[in-house]
Design a protein around this ligand. Structure first.
Ligand code: NAD
Length: 260
């Protein structure tokens, strides 16, 4: 039961972040949503959360590429709530390209959103969390933080970095009731992955179903997507009292990929 807890989920206007936000709201948490949605879409999403889950919810616009915006966001949330109880660093972007052709601005954006944003949210949220003496930090990494992959230098670098950040923050908070962990999903069917299916379909002249099978066959032994609900369930567990001593883990949920 997360009633009374305040949760910020970054990148929660779509995909995994939205599923995590829904799950935490269903458990009673007060929700702060974030992402690149326009004001009308954000309002509609907040209204839906209030209707369906009956919890307080707000949308906090913030471009996570910009440290000053992150600082302002966390300061505003600390003012509003005293502290964040749950911080889910979920927002992430992908770009697939061989390193020689990798656009430098995409690399910079990826480092900013997938890695540096978590550094900034954690360093600015932690003091108030410590003062309240309870907290959960969950970083959405990837099995790309545990394995390399041709074409994914940027993504691999940021996700390996995020797991390293997770472990060190877990150690810095190990004597407290604050935990910091990473979730490492395999393929989950979201807009971020559909773009990779579309690229495969175009490259190999396949229809959507065949391209999807090929993508899953690339490295997910189950041959199935991990579902949004399953990832959300793992995040909810990490926020529960049973997970009090889960510290600094990089927890794969990947249909067997990292077992191979
Ligand atoms: P998605 O594209 O569906 O959602 C990404 C979210 O991040 C959106 O809400 C978007 O608005 C937000 N976002 C992007 N750039 C932003 C910025 N500059 N500022 C603020 N918000 C920004 O992606 P998804 O598949 O749900 O991925 C969510 C997380 O899970 C990412 O970190 C991704 O790397 C990770 N992940 C996804 C998969 C998968 O198979 N889908 C696998 C492993 C890890």
């Amino acid at each position: 039961d997360l009633s009374g807890r305040v949760a910020l989920v970054t990148g929660s206007t779509s995909g995994i972040g939205l599923a995590v936000a829904r799950r935490l709201a269903r458990s009673g948490a007060t929700l702060v949503l974030n992402g690149l949605a326009d004001a009308a879409a954000a309002d509609a999403l907040c209204a839906e959360f209030r209707d369906v889950y009956g919890v307080p919810v707000r949308f906090q616009p913030c471009d996570l590429r910009k440290p000053a915006e992150i600082e302002a966001m966390i300061a505003e949330l600390n003012d509003a709530y005293g502290a964040l109880d749950i911080l889910v660093n979920n927002a992430g972007i992908q770009h697939v390209s061989q390193i020689e052709a990798f656009p430098v601005e995409k690399w910079d954006d990826m480092i900013a959103v997938n890695l540096s944003a978590s550094f900034h949210t954690i360093r600015t949220a932690l003091p108030a969390m410590r003062a309240r003496n309870w907290g959960r930090i969950v970083n959405m990494a990837s099995i790309s933080g545990m394995r390399g992959r041709a074409g994914k230098t940027g993504y691999n670098a940021t996700k390996h970095g995020l797991i390293g950040l997770t472990k060190s923050v877990a150690l810095e908070t190990a004597k407290t009731t604050i935990t910091c962990n990473a979730i490492c999903p395999g393929w989950v069917h979201t807009p971020l992955v559909q773009k990779q299916i579309d690229a495969l379909a175009e490259r190999d002249g396949l229809d959507n179903a065949a391209a999807t099978d090929r993508l899953l066959g690339l490295r997910q032994p189950s041959g199935k997507f991990v579902t949004l609900e399953q990832i959300a369930g793992l995040c909810e567990f990490l926020c529960s009292p049973d997970a009090d001593e889960v510290r600094g883990v990089a927890w794969a949920m990947d249909g067997g990929t990292t077992a191979a």
